[in-house]
Design a protein around this ligand. Sequence first.
Ligand SMILES: *Cc1c(COP(=O)(O)O)cnc(C)c1O
Length: 394
Amino acid sequence: MEEHNSTKSVHAGELRHKPEHTLTTSIARTSTYTFRDTAEILVYMQEKAAGSPPYSRIEYGRYGNPTQAAAERKLAALEGGERALLFASGMAAVSTTLLALLSRGDHLIFGRDSFYQTREFVGTLLSRWGIETTLVENDRPEAFAAAIRPGTRAIFVECPSNPYLRVADIPRIVEIARANKLLTVVDSTFATPLNMRPLEFGADIVIHSATKYLAGHNDLLAGVAIGSSQILADVGGVRSLLGGIPGADEASLLIRGLKTLDLRVRRQNETGLRVAQFLEKQSAVERVWYPGLPGHPDYETARRLMSGFGGVVSFELKGDFDRAGRFVDSLQLPFIGPTLGGVESIILQPAALYSLDPFERKLGGMKDNLLRYSLGIEDADDLIADLQQALAQL
Ligand SMILES: *Cc1c(COP(=O)(O)O)cnc(C)c1O
């Protein structure tokens, strides 16, 4: 029987019967693992020489941890993948995965609208190591096809993207990738496995910043890559070398957060749509970017690929940088800051935080009047009333 998301988020991945009969998965707070005697080391070494990971035991904390493994199994079950690898942050998942897949001389095709530090990683570090990237528009599969050249190895696209919530046509991109023997990697942080499952469309690897919706409480950093055991074997090897693995405490908090993923994301989907619909009707608002609105350029694609549109609404306020800043300052409920997907609402004027970033300036910077609102799990009526009072003050 295929269980539903809410059941998986509570039960999947964790042992039913745990040591000491606890209900919750314990925190294995250990940096290393011990052997009873030398003979046990020799048996383990034989297993390692014969097989492929994961092995029946762990040798050292940089290779794994039982609490972290439970989180990985839960995430693999939710995303519908064979295996998941947990990382110390979303950026550790992105960078380690790309370093595992690509070699000097390879070429990467990359959806332009994306988390700015992923773009910075491919644009600065990968290029320094001889891996070139072509940026293409997320919504134009034909642009992905046109960018293919000898040496192209993979396509990386964020879906929905940050900050414009662009929804790439993943099935079409996968078709193009497969016809050209390329790998497709999707950063699906904004969707969560509840709103979209790129592996079902044929993507090879799905990445999340688990810092966001998956953990959901703004209290930890983590990342995850999910896919087939075969493709993740290399990524796991590189993770062991680079060391970007989270501790057991983070993994335990992540497991706790995942228990309510379905409840939180349903609520955030509902609030996201209501807030987007509210903002769309306001004369002070120039444009709303939310894939659940018919006015969003990728509305049709989003309806085809997604079962909910998430809790992030981006919008442009009429007026300049200062006016948008004043509006943010007069909101009472959201915190002001980066990140998204948690239980607390958070709003950000990206131009305020990132416009002086040298890499972003080179790319043309952010629109001054753009706001990204990550809706938490507060009451939607209260969030809308708060927007109303702030609009009235403009
Ligand atoms: C936040 C984010 C990342 C990076 O994740 P961290 O956990 O902050 O390292 C990557 N991709 C997307 C879409 C994000 O929102």
